[in-house]
Design a protein around this ligand. Structure first.
Ligand code: NCD
Ligand code: ZN
Ligand code: ZN
Ligand code: ZN
Length: 424
């Protein structure tokens, strides 16, 4: 065995004192005792699978003053995320095989964690060409950042059929452009009024009514309580929830810094989402890491861009909630590691034979306060300043120690998960 990691491992739904044997970056054995060339013994600390953040905007190419693959992936890594799935609303947008290839080259040269790239759905795009290199497809049903709005599903029917045939997931930004109002906004209440709960429920209904054999639809950032009853749909759609829709609402004092799509809603919505999370009704949790600069966010509310950072704080905040017994550890591991891995066909997110040895070492007794100046995103702010959180002590990517006590110690060698999966 090349390497053995010992500790209280999350294995098959339980915590047990175990050894994880690692060869060529993959988990090859799990047993009570194992010998290895190198042994890392973490005593009674927890060993969890590192997280997959299946919804991030690394802004690369086109808006690298906000973020790029180097800074965004470093933020991910320090937050216990060893794999990020990047959205296509960049400039140029990721809607041609060439743009996808170019973004893959950029990410491979800059990213410190593994990555997958979404391709955007637009009428007439080359779905087969894109499917070869994309981890999934993204559909924007309402105007948000970028120019990828598809106002009518009928206009992309052929493309959706081709996506179904490719077997890849269709992730949807589910807000209905027809129900969106465009009144001037001076605060979070106005932003919510322009994108009310009906905006989301209407879009989700349209997705439900799609009759495309084999299409795997994933509803991104579910935010409205009224959407929840629509999701128990015989398992045909999968769903994502974000930390900000669970933790923040329209009464936030953050002004435009909390302007995001879909909007922060009422306290009742937030509470209903949290209850649904506990009941296991969401498949994945993802950050929708959408960084903008402080300067951009300080513009008049109406002009400030939508989105907030979150890739580095998601896992630490959720671990704190586990410590405080608001959330079960199994729920966290399922939403942040196992389900995203299964859904997107990535051999990560689980301590099990054959999986990539992407691990995090966690001490649930040590919390620290989130401080913007200790985070790694280029945007240099966080909506969670001052909140208690548990950052992982050590993070492994494919069997390599990448961070130790908040310092980068590994090499920058992020790989495309589509290639990783194809090589299995
Ligand atoms: C995202 C962005 O900035 O790219 N913004 C947001 O408010 N969530 C786009 C998106 O996910 O809708
Ligand atoms: Zn060590
Ligand atoms: Zn979105
Ligand atoms: Zn997004």
């Amino acid at each position: 065995m090349d390497l053995v990691v010992k500790g209280r491992c999350y294995y098959e739904g339980n915590l047990a004192q175990l050894c994880i044997g690692i060869e060529d970056g993959r988990i090859s054995r799990i047993a009570t005792n194992l010998d290895g060339d190198t042994v890392h013994d973490y005593g009674s600390r927890l060993i969890l699978p590192a997280a997959i953040d299946s919804h991030v905007h690394m802004r690369d190419p086109g808006a690298t003053h906000k973020e790029d693959f180097a800074t965004g992936s470093l933020a991910a890594l320090h937050g216990g995320v060893t794999c990020v799935l990047d959205m296509p609303n960049t400039d140029p947008p990721t809607i041609t095989p060439d743009a996808l290839k170019e973004k893959t080259v950029t990410a491979a040269s800059k990213s410190v964690v593994d990555f997958g790239l979404f391709a955007g759905v637009q009428p007439g795009v080359d779905i087969e060409g894109l499917a070869a290199g994309a981890v999934g497809f993204k559909l924007y049903m309402a105007g948000t950042m970028g120019d990828l709005l598809v106002p009518s599903l009928g206009s992309v029917e052929a493309e959706l059929r081709a996506i179904a045939a490719s077997g890849k997931v269709l992730a949807a930004h589910a807000e209905d452009e027809c129900l969106r109002r465009k009144d001037p906004e001076s605060g979070l209440e106005d932003h919510l009024r322009n994108r009310g709960n009906d905006c989301e429920t209407s879009a989700v209904r349209k997705l439900r009514e799609l009759r495309i054999e084999g299409l795997r639809t994933h509803v991104c950032h579910v935010s409205a309580m009224d959407t929840l009853p629509l999701l128990s749909n015989g398992g045909r759609m999968t769903t994502e929830v974000t930390p900000h829709h669970l933790l923040l609402d329209k009464d936030s004092k953050l002004g435009a810094f909390a302007k995001v799509n879909p909007p922060l809603r009422k306290r009742e919505d937030r509470q209903a989402l949290f209850k649904a999370l506990k009941e296991g009704r969401f498949d994945t949790m993802a950050s929708d890491h959408a960084p903008h600069t402080v300067e951009e966010k300080e513009e008049d509310f109406d002009y400030a861009p939508c989105g907030m950072p979150g890739v580095e704080t998601m896992v630490p905040i959720m671990l704190q909630l586990v410590r405080e017994r608001h959330l079960a550890l199994s729920s966290l591991v399922s939403r942040l590691c196992e389900r995203p891995g299964e859904l997107f066909g990535i051999p990560k997110g689980r301590i099990g034979r054959g999986y990539d040895a992407d691990l995090m070492v966690v001490d649930l007794t040590v919390s620290t306060d989130i401080k913007a100046d200790r985070l790694h995103s280029k945007c240099a702010w966080t909506p969670y300043d001052g909140l208690s959180a548990i950052f992982p002590k050590v993070v492994f990517l494919r069997g390599e120690v990448m961070t130790e006590d908040g310092s980068l110690v590994g090499e920058r060698a992020g790989r495309d998960v589509v290639d990783i999966a194809a090589a299995r």
